[in-house]
Design a protein around this ligand. Structure first.
Ligand code: GLC
Ligand code: MG
Length: 251
């Protein structure tokens, strides 16, 4: 066994089955101790909502924490300030005020709670029904104003608008390069739309948990390769299944 970089989404991926989570935690923390494996969480949650989750569930202390859909990076989640180097990269070409002004013309976009509005992320709720029309219209309105941004739609309800230089996958790539870890020794896990970037940034080993939401499931069906694995088991159980499939954990 050798060290690897373990990256996982939290809601409905790492978290969702407490029994499997306890088993996975035990195996990962042993692996970190024995081989120096690194554990990274890549979540849509803000640091505020991440901390809330840590009071509700038993989570290992990560070696790095990617929050707010890849727009912020923390090497120490007990500190309040995000990594300035990553912030500098994602801030390029980002005009938050103009993004909000453009989106405000769409009545179907309902702003999410304040804690989820971040320096490099603006987030709304949008029903799946309305999304069919609103997403292409919003996209062209943003393009008309030369706002080069990313629209990320997850679980048929959450819409995030992000800088072009930010998403979960790009944040993982930044970390991988910083730590000098090869793509083949990196595994990423997710369940929904904002995780597609984790699976598509490069040839990282990908685990899609069995309970994946429809947008990720459809993406997986159209983009199958031997370095992406669709698990049968849900949440942490699916992660354990995938880690064995790729040989990161021994049978
Ligand atoms: C998390 C965040 C929310 C985001 C969603 C999807 O729930 O709190 O702001 O829209 O993930 O990325
Ligand atoms: Mg999730």
């Amino acid at each position: 066994m050798t060290a690897f970089l373990f990256v996982t989404d939290l809601d409905n991926t790492l978290v969702g089955d407490d029994t499997a989570l306890a088993e996975l935690n035990q195996q990962l923390s042993q692996h970190r101790q024995d081989y120096g494996t690194k554990i990274v969480y890549a979540t849509g949650r803000s640091l505020f909502l991440y901390r809330k989750l840590t009071t509700e569930k038993s989570l290992l202390q990560p070696d790095a924490l990617i929050t707010s859909v890849g727009t912020e990076l923390y090497f120490n989640p007990t500190e309040d300030t995000f990594d300035p180097e990553w912030a500098q990269i994602v801030s390029q070409g980002w005009d938050r005020e103009q993004v909000i002004a453009t989106a405000s013309h769409f009545a179907d976009l309902i702003l999410q709670e304040d804690s989820e509005q971040r320096p490099f992320k603006v987030s709304y709720h949008l029903t799946e029904q309305a999304a069919v029309e609103v997403l292409p219209q919003l996209k062209s309105a943003l393009q008309e104003r030369q706002l080069n941004v990313k629209l990320v739609y997850s679980t048929g309800f959450d819409l995030d608008i992000l800088p072009l230089k930010a998403d979960k996958g790009l944040a993982v790539q930044f970390l991988r390069q910083k730590w000098g870890i090869e793509v083949k020794q990196t595994v990423v896990c997710g369940d929904s739309g904002n995780d597609i970037a984790l699976f598509s940034v490069g040839e990282e080993r990908g685990i899609i948990v069995g309970n994946a939401s429809s947008e990720l499931w459809q993406w997986y069906q159209a983009n199958q390769t031997d370095y992406r694995y669709l698990a049968e088991a849900h949440c942490a159980g699916g992660i354990l299944e995938g880690l064995h499939h790729f040989g990161f954990l021994s049978d």
